[in-house]
Design a protein around this ligand. Structure first.
Ligand code: PLP
Length: 411
């Protein structure tokens, strides 16, 4: 390499990634065909709708779950699952400190208490040993989140659940197509919850799916997202409170097309993701998470972590240099562990109050929650975009950009 090739683009060198990746085409004929038949329908209502019926058929072919409710978002899917557990107010659900707000919104609305556990330093997934330390007499459930497409250690999570009789809700929003011991994620626990939001592997703008193989919890599952109306027997005399989280036929039509792309899209992401992981793992100064014999990640994004003191610049400066090289990258995927967000620090869930705490039904104080591994990972990780529209050439150039910058900024 000559001197100018060694010089970072941010310092006047030439960018490593050339040409810049082209536009990603996510929707096309598959979605259009469903939408075209849809506009001939008399109704766009989900219950018994042709698009939603087909969505359920395609989804359960990939994720064999007996009782499913297609719904308006991943947040809705998780809220429906949490509500269907019928836990008394004040019950605790253990969640990882790195996740989307969607994991905890339903818990709080059901007057339950999210208890944050620390994470694995490489994957950012829930640390089952730390979760075990957070179990109390009120713990009733645990919500492993398969972060960035990498499955959690479900053997350890299920063992913990069995020991303390906890229900398990798998948050699979970031893990379409990921497998645990050869099975799709969402089948090991009591519930699997999925998202079709704009930023996930598959998108219908917004949408979600929740499913279970437990007859006792799954019977009437849809009611928890449909005002608790009984669509089978008819009539409107809901025995309990439920929001309206229904999907619509237009969402289902697009989601049908997306599910037809599921396997190819995941295979491409895995091919690119494994190639990039291997290349990055060969470099000094950066660590990457790898599949275990039990897991097959579906690479929603990648979270390589700068080793302490590997470079003489901050993580944010390093990311700025990566961007200048043309690498699709960001700093941390969320700004801080979720319990450090203002609403948790201020216990401001309902107009500046938290009735559960104000009435003594919980003593949880989020200001005292310590999750050092989550903090450390978010301070040092680089969020790398990976998707099926990218190429081998692109990921090789990303690895070259890392090599150049790690070398240039080496301590
Ligand atoms: C995206 C996401 C959700 C919420 O899904 P929405 O469809 O945006 O409501 C929940 N959990 C995780 C881990 C997510 O990434």
């Amino acid at each position: 390499m000559n001197a100018s090739a060694d010089k970072p683009a941010i310092a006047g060198g030439s960018p490593t990634v050339q040409p810049a990746p082209g536009r990603r085409h996510r929707w096309g004929g598959l979605e259009l065909a469903r939408l075209t038949t849809m506009v001939e329908q008399e109704s766009l209502f989900y219950w018994g709708g042709p698009q939603t019926t087909e969505l359920l058929r395609r989804f359960t072919a990939l994720y064999p779950l007996e009782h499913c409710m297609p719904c308006s978002s991943g947040t809705a899917a998780l809220h429906i699952a949490v509500a269907a557990l019928k836990l008394p107010p004040g019950s605790e659900i253990i969640v990882p400190a790195i996740t989307d707000m969607g994991s905890v919104i339903g818990i709080l609305y059901q007057q339950l208490v999210p208890v944050f556990a620390d994470v694995d330093p490489l994957t950012g997934n829930i640390d089952p040993e730390d979760a075990a330390r957070r179990v109390t007499a009120r713990t009733r459930a645990i919500m492993p989140v398969h972060l960035a497409g990498m499955p959690c250690d479900m053997t350890a999570v299920m063992a913990l659940a069995q020991k303390h009789e906890l229900l398990v809700i798998e948050d699979c929003a970031q893990a379409w197509g990921a497998t645990w011991q050869g099975q799709p994620v969402g089948l090991q626990g009591d519930f699997g919850c999925y998202s079709f939001n704009e930023f996930k592997h598959l998108s219908c703008g917004d949408g979600g799916m929740v499913g279970t193989n437990r007859d006792d919890l799954g019977h009437g599952l849809s009611k928890w997202g449909d005002k608790h109306y009984d669509r089978v027997a008819g009539g409107r005399n809901p025995p309990t409170l439920s929001p309206n989280y229904r999907i619509t036929e237009p969402q289902s039509a697009v989601a049908c097309g997306q599910l037809a792309r599921h396997n190819d899209l995941v295979a491409t992401r895995r091919r690119l993701g494994l190639r990039l992981s291997r290349a990055l793992a060969a470099l000094d100064g950066i660590s990457v998470a790898f599949d275990t014999p039990d897991t097959a990640s579906s690479f929603w994004f990648m979270l390589p972590r700068l080793e302490p003191d590997a470079v003489r610049v901050s993580r944010n400066e390093f990311v700025a240099a990566l961007k200048a090289e043309g690498v699709l990258s960001e700093g941390a995927y969320i700004p801080s562990p979720v319990p450090h967000y203002a609403l948790f620090q201020n216990h401001d869930f309902f107009a500046g109050t938290w009735p559960l705490r104000d009435t003594g039904m919980t003593t949880m104080n989020y200001r005292e929650v310590k999750v050092p591994q989550a903090e450390d990972l978010l301070a040092r990780c680089v969020t790398l975009t990976l998707h099926e529209g990218l190429t081998e050439t692109y990921v090789d150039q990303v690895a070259a950009a890392f090599a150049k910058l790690l070398n240039f900024y080496a301590n």
